[in-house]
Design a protein around this ligand. Structure first.
Ligand code: ME8
Length: 739
C-alpha cells in the first residue's frame, strides 16, 4: 500500500480530512501549552465534521528515548510504568476537556512498533539507510544531534550537549536537499506560518547532512529489525505515528483501507520548535519510502507565561484542569483561540482570561442569549412568533449576518481563529444593539397593542435567528455552550445537527415560526474577583504537591512555592478592562447573572498555600526499605546541611583508584572539585553537563592526595548499593538551595 509513487503535489480532498497533533513526550504531565495545540485541532475537527467532511483526528504520546528512560529512573519506575502513567494523564485530560480525538496512539503499542520497523526496513531496502559511525554532540532533552565540539550547548534549549560515540545507522538526508526545495516550491501551502516556511527553507539551503537514525547507548526504544542492539532514533519512531496509527505496516485489510483513505494527512499541527522535524526529516523519510508527504504542516506559536515559553523545564506551567474547574473548558478554548493570533506567541494570564470571559462570554454572547430567550418566553410563551415583513433594521441585521458568514468561514478555515471570532462578535454586538434600539419590552404611547405585538414578534424572531447563526458558527469553539443554546432555541441536540452537516447548509431564515424554546439556562455565570485568586491558589497548591495524583508517579517538585507571577497580584477589584454591560432596562426580563464563583459546578475555594514539604517518593518509588527506627532530627538540624544544585563540568577517572571519579562542578557562584565513589556505575563522559545535587558545606577531605569539597547525593540501590544520582525533571538554576 505504501508503494505508490509520491505525487509531490498538494491536492486537497474535500471528502475527508486527516489532522494530527504532535504526540506529547511522557516525561512530564500535560500543561496548557499541550492543551493549546490539542484544542486547536479539536476546533478544526469539529468544524470539518459539521461540514460533512469525514474527519480523522489523531493525538497520542511519544514514549521512547533516553529522556523518558532517565525521567522514569529519577521517579524510581520502569519506563513502561512511567510512560503508562503520564500517557494516562494526557488522555484523561483530553477526555475531561471533551476533546473529540478519533484515535490516541502510544508509541509503545505493538501496532506502532510493527509500523516503525516496517518503515525502517523499507528505507534500508530502498538504499536510504546505511551503517556508519558517529562521534558528536547530542541533546537528550530535545533528542537532537548538534554540530560542534564537546560542551556545545543545544541550539534549541541551551542545555549542554552530551558527547556520543556510536556505530549507527544513517539516513541519507543529504540526498534530499534539492528534492525538498523543489517540493516546497511546488507546494507553497505545505507549511505555515510564513516565518516557519522561511526558517525551514533557509535550514535546508544551508545544507543537509546524513542523519543518524539509531542509538546503541540505551535500550528504551524500538529495536532495529535484524540488529537488535540498535534502537531506532526517537524522531523517526515518533514521526511515524502519523502513519502507523492509520495501519501502515499492518497486513490487515481494514488497516490498509484506512491508510489508503486518510493518507496523506491534510494537516499536521505542531508547535513551532519542531518544524524542522516535520518539514524536513518527515517528508524526506516518506519520499524515500515511496509514500506521499503530508499536505500541510502548520505551526502554532508559543503560549508564554511569566515572559517565557510555558514549559515544565522552566517550571512556569499552568494546568488546563485549573481553568476548566473554575471557568469551564469553553472559556479556555475561547480565550486561546481569540486572544492569540494563530502562529504567533501569546501571553497567558489569569487576569486576561477572566477579562475575556466576562467581557465576551458572560456579558457578550451569554447575556444576549439570555435576553432573547427570556423575552420569547415572557411575551410569546416560549414559541417563536412569525417575524412578518422586514423593516430597514431587520434587513440590516440580516445582511450583517450574511456578511459575517462570508467573512468567518475563510478566516476560520485559514486558521485565523482570532479574526474569525472577532468577526462573529461584531454580530453579537450588532444583535445586542438591534435589540436595545428596538426595545421590544417597551411600548411607546403612539403604538397600538396590536402594532406592538407585531413589533415584538419581528424583533425577537429576528434576534433569535441571528443568535442561531452565531451559535452554529461558534460551535467548534464553544461546543458546550452552543449545545445548551441550541436546545434553548428549540433546535435539539447540536451533536445531531453536526452529524447532519448543519454547517454546510447554514443560511439566514432557518428558525421557523412555531419552534418551541426550552427554558432559559445560565451559560457563562459572571466570574467574580475571587475566580483569579482561586486559580492562582490551585496552581500554587499543585506546584507544591509531590505525588502525581493520576498515575501515582513520584515527581519531585520545586520546594519553593511557585506563585505564577503574571497572575499577581490577584486584583482586589473588578478586572480593569471590564467590558461594557448594558444597563438593565427596568422591564427587561433578564435574570440576574449568576456568579462563576457560586455556581454549582465550582468547588469551594482552595486554601492559598500548604506547608512546604520535603520531596518524598511514593512507596512504590522507594526501593529501599525504611530504616527500622529512624532517628528524628529537628528542622534546625536539617537546615545545617547545605544542599545545592551543581553542574558537572569535568569528570575523569583517577589513576589507580577504580572506584573514584574526579569531578569539577559549577555551583553558579563557584567552581569546585569533588571526588565521588561512582566510577563503577557512571561513565565519566556521560556525566558532563549533568545537573546534580551536592552537600555544599561538608568539611574538605583528602583522598589519594586530592581534596574533595563536597559530596554528591544519590539513591543507593539494593543489593550492592549501586548509586543513582539525584536530579530534577525541571530545569533548575545552578546553586539553587534544596530546603
Ligand atoms: O516535542 N505553547 O513533544 P512535547 C504552545 N514528542 N504549544 C506548546 C507549548 C507552549 N508553551 N508547550 C508545548 C515533542 N506545546 C515530541 C513531538 S511529534 C511526532 C513528536 C505543544 O511533549 C506544541 O504543540 O515536547 C509542541 O510542539 C508540543 O506541545 C511539544 O510537545
Amino acid at each position: 500500500m505504501e508503494g505508490r509513487t509520491p505525487s509531490m503535489t498538494n491536492p486537497s480532498s474535500p471528502a475527508r480530512f486527516y489532522l494530527t497533533t504532535p504526540i506529547y513526550y511522557v516525561n512530564a504531565r500535560p500543561h496548557l501549552g499541550h492543551a493549546y495545540s490539542t484544542i486547536v485541532c479539536d476546533a478544526i475537527a469539529r468544524r470539518k465534521r459539521a461540514l460533512g467532511i469525514e474527519t480523522w483526528f489523531l493525538t497520542g504520546t511519544d514514549e521512547h528515548g533516553q529522556k523518558i528512560e532517565r525521567s522514569a529512573k529519577l521517579a524510581g519506575r520502569t519506563p513502561q510504568e512511567f510512560a503508562a502513567a503520564i500517557s494516562g494523564q494526557f488522555r484523561s485530560l483530553w477526555d475531561q476537556l471533551g476533546l473529540t480525538y478519533d484515535d490516541f496512539i502510544r508509541t509503545t503499542e505493538e501496532r506502532h512498533k510493527r509500523g516503525v520497523q516496517h518503515l525502517f526496513a523499507t528505507l534500508r531496502e530502498r538504499g536510504f539507510i546505511y551503517k556508519g559511525s558517529y562521534t558528536g554532540q547530542y541533546c537528550v532533552f530535545d533528542e537532537l544531534y548538534v554540530d560542534g565540539p564537546p560542551g556545545t550547548p543545544c541550539p534549541d534549549c541551551g542545555r549542554i550537549t552530551e558527547t556520543v560515540s556510536e556505530e549507527n545507522y544513517f539516513f541519507k538526508l543529504s540526498a534530499f536537499e534539492r528534492k525538498l526545495l523543489k517540493f516546497y516550491e511546488a507546494n507553497p501551502s505545505f507549511m505555515g506560518p510564513e516565518s516557519t516556511r522561511r526558517e525551514v527553507i533557509s535550514f535546508v539551503r544551508g545544507g543537509l547532512k546524513d542523519l543518524s537514525v539509531s542509538r546503541t547507548s540505551f535500550s528504551w526504544g524500538i529495536p532495529v529489525p535484524g540488529d537488535e542492539k540498535h534502537v531506532i532514533y526517537v524522531w523517526l519512531d515518533a514521526l511515524a505515528n502519523y502513519i502507523t496509527a492509520l495501519g501502515y505496516g499492518s497486513g490487515d485489510a481494514a488497516d490498509q483501507a484506512r491508510f489508503a483513505k486518510f493518507w496523506p494527512a491534510d494537516m499536521h499541527l505542531i508547535g513551532k520548535e519542531i518544524s524542522r522535524f516535520h518539514c524536513v526529516y518527515w517528508p524526506a523519510f516518506l519520499i524515500a519510502a515511496g509514500i506521499d508527504p503530508p499536505r500541510s504542516v502548520h505551526a502554532n506559536g508559543w503560549l508564554l507565561f511569566d515572559q517565557g515559553k510555558m514549559s515544565k523545564s522552566r517550571g512556569n506551567i499552568v494546568r488546563a484542569e485549573t481553568v476548566h474547574t473554575v471557568l469551564g473548558s469553553d472559556a479556555l478554548r475561547y480565550f486561546l483561540l481569540r486572544e492569540i493570533p494563530f502562529g504567533q506567541d501569546g501571553n497567558f494570564s489569569f487576569d486576561a482570561l477572566v477579562q475575556r470571559y466576562n467581557g465576551d462570554l458572560a456579558n457578550g454572547y451569554g447575556n444576549l442569549v439570555s435576553r432573547v430567550v427570556n423575552m420569547v418566553h415572557k411575551y410569546f410563551g416560549g414559541v417563536v412568533p412569525e417575524a412578518g415583513a422586514e423593516t430597514r433594521m431587520e434587513t440590516a441585521l440580516h445582511e450583517s449576518a450574511q456578511r459575517t458568514l462570508a467573512e468567518f468561514v475563510p478566516q476560520f478555515d485559514n486558521l485565523n481563529f482570532s479574526d474569525a471570532l472577532k468577526t462573529l462578535w461584531s454580530l453579537v454586538a450588532e444583535t445586542d444593539g438591534y435589540l436595545t434600539a428596538n426595545a421590544p419590552w417597551k411600548r411607546p404611547e403612539n403604538r397600538s397593542e396590536i402594532e406592538h405585538a407585531e413589533h415584538q414578534a419581528r424583533v425577537l424572531a429576528t434576534a433569535a435567528e441571528a443568535i442561531r447563526i452565531i451559535t452554529a458558527l461558534v460551535y467548534p469553539v464553544l461546543p458546550d455552550a452552543a449545545a445548551k443554546v441550541w436546545r434553548q432555541l428549540g433546535q435539539g441536540e447540536i451533536a445531531d445537527a453536526a452529524r447532519q452537516s448543519f454547517l454546510a447548509h447554514l443560511e439566514w431564515g432557518g428558525l421557523k415560526p412555531g419552534t418551541i424554546f426550552e427554558a432559559p439556562a445560565p451559560l457563562f455565570p459572571r466570574a467574580e474577583k475571587d475566580a483569579i485568586e482561586r486559580m492562582v491558589a490551585m496552581e500554587e497548591q499543585n506546584s507544591q504537591s509531590v505525588i502525581e495524583a493520576a498515575g501515582s508517579v513520584a515527581v519531585a517538585e520545586p520546594t519553593e512555592p511557585k506563585v505564577p507571577r503574571s497572575a499577581e497580584p490577584a486584583p482586589a477589584q473588578e478586572p480593569k478592562k471590564k467590558a461594557e454591560r448594558k444597563p438593565m432596562e427596568e422591564t427587561e426580563p433578564t435574570p440576574a447573572p449568576e456568579s462563576a464563583s457560586t455556581s454549582a459546578s465550582a468547588p469551594a475555594a482552595v486554601g492559598a498555600s500548604v506547608a512546604s514539604q520535603p520531596a518524598t517518593a511514593s512507596p512504590a518509588a522507594a526501593p529501599e526499605a525504611q530504616p527500622a527506627s529512624p532517628q528524628v532530627i529537628t528542622i534546625d538540624d536539617f537546615a545545617k546541611v547545605e544542599l545545592r544544585v551543581a553542574q558537572v563540568l569535568v569528570a575523569e577517572r583517577i589513576p589507580k583508584a577504580d572506584k573514584l571519579l574526579r569531578l569539577e562542578v559549577d555551583l553558579g557562584y563557584e567552581r569546585r572539585q569533588i571526588l565521588a565513589g561512582i566510577a563503577q556505575y557512571y561513565e565519566p563522559e556521560k556525566l558532563i553537563g549533568r545537573k546534580i545535587v551536592i552537600v555544599a558545606n561538608l568539611a574538605p577531605r583528602k583522598m589519594r592526595g586530592l581534596e574533595s569539597n563536597g559530596m554528591l547525593l544519590a539513591a543507593s540501590l539494593p543489593p550492592d548499593g549501586a548509586p543513582v544520582l539525584a536530579g530534577f525533571l525541571e530545569d533548575v538554576p545552578l546553586g539553587a538551595r534544596l530546603k
